[in-house]
Design a protein around this ligand. Sequence first.
Ligand code: PLP
Length: 432
Amino acid sequence: MSENRKEYRIETKCIQSGYQPATGEPRVMPIVQSTTFKYDSGEAMGKLFALEAAGYFYTRLQNPTNDNVAAKICDLEGGVAAMLTSSGQAANFYALFNICEAGDHFVCASQVYGGTYNLFANTVKKMGIEATFVDPDADDETIHACFKENTKAVFAETIANAALTVLDIEKFARIAHAHGVPLIVDNTFPTPINCRPFEWGADIVTHSTTKYLDGHATSVGGAIVDSGNFDWDKYADKFPGLTTPDETYHGVVFTERFGKGAFITKATTVLMRDLGSIQAPMNAFLLNIGIETLHLRMARHTENALAIAKYLKNHEQVAWVHYPDLEGDRYYDLAKKYLPKGSCGVLTFGLKTDMQGTERFMDNLQLIAIVTHVADARSCVLHPASHTHRQMSDQELEEGGIKKDLIRLSVGIENVDDLIEDIEQALNKAIN
Ligand SMILES: *Cc1c(COP(=O)(O)O)cnc(C)c1O
C-alpha cells in the first residue's frame, strides 16, 4: 500500500509514516505485546524459518509494532530498510558486527560518544576487531593512511556527543568509498529532521532513539537504517557474511536473495536471532508517540539552544561556548552546510573558575537538573570529565575533544527566559 502513497514532507512523515490502518483497524498503531505468532500449518511456519516467506513467528526476530516504528524511521532518513534495537549501544554494535568479524579492522572518528568509544576500543577489540581512531578534522591524507587491507567500515557521528564536532560527511563518504567500505553514521544528535546523512553519501545510519527520537526520556532504544546504496557484491570478498552462502539458512546468500534489503535482513535474521537485543514493543510504541512531535521539538530545541549560546557568549563569567550554530564557532560553516535548519539542543561551555566553581554552578541550578542524559524535553547538565567520560584518561579526553572544564548543557523545550534566568542565578551564586 505504501508504494502508491505520495511522498510527503518530513513533518507529515513524523506523524503518518510506518503504520497505515486498513478500514476498521485501530487509528493508532497498536502494541503487539505477543512473543509468538500462530500458523495453521507446519509448512507455513517452516517457510518462515527458511527465509522463503516473510512473516512473524517470534518477537526476538521481528514484531509488527517494532517493524512499523522502524519503517517510520527508515522513511524519515530516506533509507530502504531499518530495524529497531534495544539501545543505541546495540545499534552501533550490530551495524559494525554485521560486516566485521575477528581479524577485521575499521576506522572510527576519535570524537564519538563515550559509550561508543568504550565499546569499540575495548569490548569489540576483545572480539578480535580492531579500530583506528582518527581526528574527524584531519586532512584526507591522514585519514587515508588509517586504512588497512582488512578495513571493513568507517564510523563517525554527525554531531559528536559531547565534543559537538560536525562531521564533514561528504569527505568521510568519499574516503570510505575510495577504500571500498561503507560509511556508518550515528545520527542521534541532529535526527533526520536536521540532517539526513544518506543525502551526503553515508551508507548506514544508526540512532540512539533514547535521545530526541523518543524525546521524553522514557525508553532506551536504538535503530539501524540502510540506504541500500552500498554495493556489497562489488567488494564481495570483503563482506563474505553478505555475499556467500549462510549455512544456518540452508545456504542463503543475503545479497542474492534480498538485494537492497541484505544488510538489515542479515542483521535481523542472524545477529538478532543469536544476540537478541530487541526493543520491547511497549518501548517502540512510546518511541512512536515521541517521533510524532519530533519536528516541533527539534525546532524549539535548536531555537532555545542558540539563544542560550548567545547569552553565554556575552557573559563575563563564561570562558568559552561551543555550539555549531553560533557564528564564529569552529564548526559554523560545516553546520550551515549539513544542518541548515539548526544542529541540535546540546551545547558546551566552560566557566572562568576552577572545578569547585563549576560544581557549585551546577549544584545551584534549580530548573536545569544534573542528569546523565541528553536530548529530551527537560533541560539538564552534565560534567563529562567527572560523569560519563570518567573512565577515560586525560589523554583520551583530549583526543575525544572533551575539555576538563566542559559543561554539557542539553537545552530542553521549556521557555527559554526561564532557562536563562536559572543559569544567571546559578552563575551569580557560584562565582561571585
Ligand atoms: C546515547 C548515545 C548512544 C548510546 O545510546 P543508548 O541508547 O544509551 O545505548 C550512542 N550514540 C550517541 C551519539 C549517543 O548520544
